[in-house]
Design a protein around this ligand. Sequence first.
Ligand SMILES: Nc1ncnc2c1ncn2[C@@H]1O[C@H](COP(=O)(O)OP(=O)(O)O)[C@@H](O)[C@H]1O
Ligand SMILES: [Mg+2]
Length: 426
Amino acid sequence: MTFVTGRNRPGPVTGRAEAGQGCGVRVLPRRLRRVSDQRQASPLAPVVGMVGGGQLARMTYQASIPLGIGFRVLADRPDDSAALVCPAVTVGDYHRLDDLLSFAAGCDVLTFDHEHVPGEHLAALAGTGVTVAPGGAALRYAQDKLAMRDTLTRLGVPCPRYAPVASPEDVAAFAAQVGWPVVLKAVRGGYDGRGVWVCDGPGQAAEVLGYGVPLLAEEHVPFVRELAALVARSPHRQGAAYPVVETVQREGVCREVLAPAPGLAAVLAEDAERLALELADALGVTGLLAVELFETPRGLLVNELAMRPHNSGHWTIEGATTSQFEQHLRAVLDLPLGAPQLAAPQVVMANVFGAPDLAGAGPDVYDRYIHVMAGDPGVKVHMYGKAPRPGRKIGHVTVAGSDVVALRDRATRAASYLGTGKELFE
Ligand SMILES: Nc1ncnc2c1ncn2[C@@H]1O[C@H](COP(=O)(O)OP(=O)(O)O)[C@@H](O)[C@H]1O
Ligand SMILES: [Mg+2]
């Protein structure tokens, strides 16, 4: 696998693996189906279809425009974030194979803004000749936290200690090994901390077991901080690694991303980048792979994997030569990858959340622009067109410069004001 990293000098990437040269990749002729029923940049442009119409699809659509390619979205609802802006939207249900098949018929490659498409549908799509990227075999490790842990362990990748659990006895036996608190996680379907429960004792664990969802238990890791290593991999086995970032979580939800991770030892940064690139290759990922990590005094542990544009990579829109959204499109179309270098010494992204108390939150989100934009013309605002609800992620802001303390102050003030009408200092 050839790769470029965020620390390399930008330049042409050499050593693309040739078809049939022992790289294990069979290169199929690219299917360029004409699409005539919807507006399309050029009749010959390839068409990427994204399942899921959230903000990740919205920002991927934005990245498709300068590439001149076609981009379609299978959205749950006409008012989904991407469906509001993308001209080629199909409203359908990704749980239904028929909906997926008819959507895929208008696309050269199918990709995802979430990991919830059932594995049997992914296999069925591939079986009918649809190019699915990432493929179901790889995506499984982003869908199923137990399969992910088992495979990472088999590959020798350091993880928190874990065990599948189905009863209070299972949890008690695990806690006897690792101590309380124990983290219980839904094996499938969780996101943004939904499906993650930190249990202080058997009583709380019993309550979570009562939810009746398949669970795994993990030791509670006393991490120093959380990091993320974002890479892309193409079917030609080219890889590109963004600089490792620090992610700041509250209640399991990402609040801020600091790119690069301030003060991260070069050896750890290199280890994390290499690990992510090697994992992308070992798992056969096409597109982006985000590896969420815990930094501990004993080294790095992998928390989880995502195979799509990731919140830890939103900073790349302004903060890197190639945004994660463009990189994902390049990778799934098997195009050469773009340079992942930083565009400034330090970049900070902060998420915008709906105010806890919308009634008392002051002016409307868009009325707040005047304050934020006049107060700090360097802040780049991204709103997702989502109705504000308490705690809902509705946008993000990015600032670039050099002083991480000053940048965090600017980003969090702007994000807080956009979300709540107040500059909160927490
Ligand atoms: N084993 C653990 N020890 C300590 N904190 C954890 C552990 N697992 C998860 N967390 C915390 O919960 C957050 C969400 O967990 P994660 O497994 O990434 O779920 P999600 O799929 O919702 O992102 C993590 O970012 C981290 O802050
Ligand atoms: Mg996570």
